[in-house]
Design a binder for this molecule. Sequence first.
Ligand SMILES: [Cu+2]
Length: 136
Amino acid sequence: MRTETLTSFLVAVVVATGACSGDSPGGSPMSPSPPPNLTISIARQSGAQSFTPNPASAGGQLVVFRNDDTIVHRVVLNDGSIDTGDVAPGATSRPVMMPAGGTNYHCSLHPAMIGSVSAASGAPPPACEGIYCDGY
Ligand SMILES: [Cu+2]
């Protein structure tokens, strides 16, 4: 009977803890969030070789950008729909949901750093249009 009582107690604690975290204000770093499906490395300032993997098979998936370079970078989708904010050297961005149809992106601090994401269907990335398509 003692084991049963302890089990009930633990269940009660887990439930209470869950309810408590649900009451905490939004934006807390403790808020539960699903793990990213893929990490894209920000390797260096090198045109279309700046990001690894590139293109990334990440359409419709949650992605984080990890800055493996020694300077700050900031990833922005070319359509402006996602902005990671500054990612410090060694840091990882917040998780961002990539469009299911794939996309093209660049570093807003170094516009020659470009990358792309293929579609969830497996189709290649959409054609890059606009001023952020020339990696050099
Ligand atoms: Cu950059």
